[in-house]
Design a protein around this ligand. Structure first.
Ligand code: FAD
Ligand code: NAD
Length: 466
């Protein structure tokens, strides 16, 4: 038995684990990271954010090529297979892995590729693939083990035509059609990807509307856009059974409908990776979704054991996981980098994209806040006319008396980037007038840009005041 001693041991090398490790080592702590995968980067790099975003980008490029009449001088419309576009994702994953592996080497963070389980509050047992076992000791731990797709026991996920968001990345052919069950972020993003690849897509939503947490107008815009491209959306439907056959799958809904398809993607729910950690040894218990409870410092009920990322539940985003991990090391090393991570923007990579921050109209109305709306439609901006990405809207919600920005909601190409301009203004202190929609009228914007949409939307909103 070899024994190690560290200031901090992090379980999981996704965004939460990586940022916790890097911030701690920069503050002079001795750090080790454990991940049972052979390559670093976590599910984020291997099965979640990175492959889905690379796939989506490749599909978007094919769509742009096929839509643009100018390219007809060069070649006819063309369609690529799913395995062909997956190759792009594979290239990006490799680049991410080698870049991230260098971070650990350069910053002298020890990496162990093994399954970790607690023995006690200061000891982990590491089990390697060859069944070799060793223990590792540390003053503090960060649990950053992420999440995996929730798999209801009654569905046969071993069937070659039934997939979840992990196994879909091993689809080795291009089906003619696909049924996606679950219309959360994953379901909607994959509906866009498969629709863009030319598949017939049925999107089954157990809820009342797509992405119900978004501003209603933006959620409606997405529904309209997906439907206008041929996606069949059914709301308020729950599954009864999913049966796999040699050459098809049949989804039976509780409403009595039966849907036949080539392939089926389950995109409903995720479970925190806590079942293999032997939490009982440290007197911790996960909730029914495998998630851990933490306080405002991301500390569990054990004072030396912290948790961040998907394993603590909301918002389950790579963006937030990076900041949470860094915050934990800010607490442990007292290096001034602790920040409670809130006011998190949403970036949803449907085609077109969606992004938002702050309050929705529904929330402001319920809170009786006197707000006004300013909008800029992409089709009315020169930049969108040049790029041909004319579907979209930027919507600014602001207080009609103080003019402070209260919410920013954007639907359209590059929405996830465009949002951050408004976020920078919205995060200024309101008391000093820093957060005001007037910023967009008092500063000159490059022309033609999509940033100019802020000026157009601000004028539209200010003109409503009396
Ligand atoms: C399809 C999809 C698309 C997404 N797109 C986006 C997006 O566009 N933007 C965004 O911000 N977020 C997105 N997300 C969410 C994002 O991927 C997650 O929020 C993020 O990966 C969480 O990071 P994490 O650090 O908590 O852990 P993960 O990235 O989940 O990594 C955890 C690591 O811990 C390891 N591990 C687990 N248990 C053990 C153990 N016992 N011992 C050793 N190692 C262990 C795992 O092998 C894994 O490598 C997406 C997710 C999915 C599924
Ligand atoms: N662009 C992005 O930011 C992006 C893209 C994809 C995924 N994600 C993240 O991945 C997560 C998963 O997305 P999703 O669309 O599948 O939504 P989701 O998993 O959060 O929820 C889908 C539905 O399943 C239910 N559910 C969740 N976990 C369950 C469980 N363990 N058991 C039973 N039911 C459960 C939920 O209540 C909800 O009705 C989200 O939290 C999202 O933030 C982000």
């Amino acid at each position: 038995m070899i024994e190690h001693q560290y200031d901090l041991v992090v379980i999981g090398s996704g965004p939460a684990g990586e940022s916790a490790a890097m911030n701690a080592t920069k503050s002079g702590l001795s750090v080790a990271v454990i991940d049972f995968r052979k390559a670093v980067g976590g599910n984020c790099t291997h099965q979640g954010t990175i492959p889905s975003k690379a796939l989506r980008h490749a599909v978007h490029q094919i769509m742009q090529f096929n839509r643009n009449p100018m390219f007809r001088y060069v070649a006819d419309q063309t369609w690529l297979s799913f395995p062909q576009v997956l190759e792009t994702a594979e290239r990006v994953i490799q680049k991410q892995v080698s870049m991230r592996a260098r971070f650990y080497a350069r910053n002298r963070v020890d990496l162990f590729h093994a399954q970790a389980a607690f023995k006690d509050k200061h000891t982990l047992e590491l089990t390697y693939q060859d069944k070799k076992v060793e223990t590792i000791k540390a003053k503090n731990f960060v649990i950053a083990t992420g999440s995996r797709p929730y798999q209801p026991p009654e569905i046969d996920f071993n069937h070659p035509r039934i997939f979840d968001s992990d196994s879909i990345l091993s689809l080795d052919s291009t089906p003619k059609n696909i049924v996606i069950y679950g219309a959360g972020v994953i379901g909607c993003e994959y509906a866009s990807i498969f629709n863009g690849l030319g598949l017939k897509v049925d999107l089954i939503n157990p809820g009342e509307r797509l992405l119900a947490f978004m501003d209603d107008e933006i959620s409606d815009a997405l529904s309209y856009h997906l439907r206008s491209h041929g996606v069949l959306i059914r709301h308020n439907e729950a599954f009864k059974s999913i049966e796999g056959f040699d050459d098809h799958v049949v989804l039976t809904l509780q409403s009595g409908k039966k849907i036949k398809c080539d392939s089926f993607l389950w995109a409903n729910g995720r479970t925190g990776n806590t079942d293999s950690l032997n939490l009982a040894a440290i007197d911790l218990k996960a909730n029914r979704r495998g998630q851990l409870e933490v306080d405002e410092h991301y500390c569990t009920q054990q004072e030396n054991i912290y948790a961040a990322g998907d394993v603590i539940g909301w918002p389950s985003l790579a963006s937030a996981a990076y900041d949470q991990g860094r915050s934990i090391s800010g607490v442990i090393s007292d290096n001034g980098t602790y920040r409670h991570v809130n006011d998190i923007p949403t970036g949803i990579y449907t085609i077109p994209e969606i992004s938002s921050i702050g309050k929705t109209e529904r929330e402001l109305t319920a809170e009786k806040v006197p707000y006004e709306v300013g909008k800029a439609y992409f089709k009315d901006t020169a930049r969108a006319q040049i790029t041909g990405e004319e579907a979209g809207v930027l919507k600014l919600l602001f207080h009609r008396e103080t003019t402070e920005l209260l919410g920013i909601h954007c639907f359209g190409d590059q929405a996830a980037e465009i949002l951050h301009i408004g976020q920078a203004i919205m995060s200024q202190p309101s008391e000093s007038g820093g957060n005001s929609i007037r910023y967009f009228l008092e500063h000159t914007f490059n022309y033609p840009t999509m940033a100019e949409a802020y000026r157009v939307a601000a004028l539209n909103g200010i003109n409503r005041l009396f």
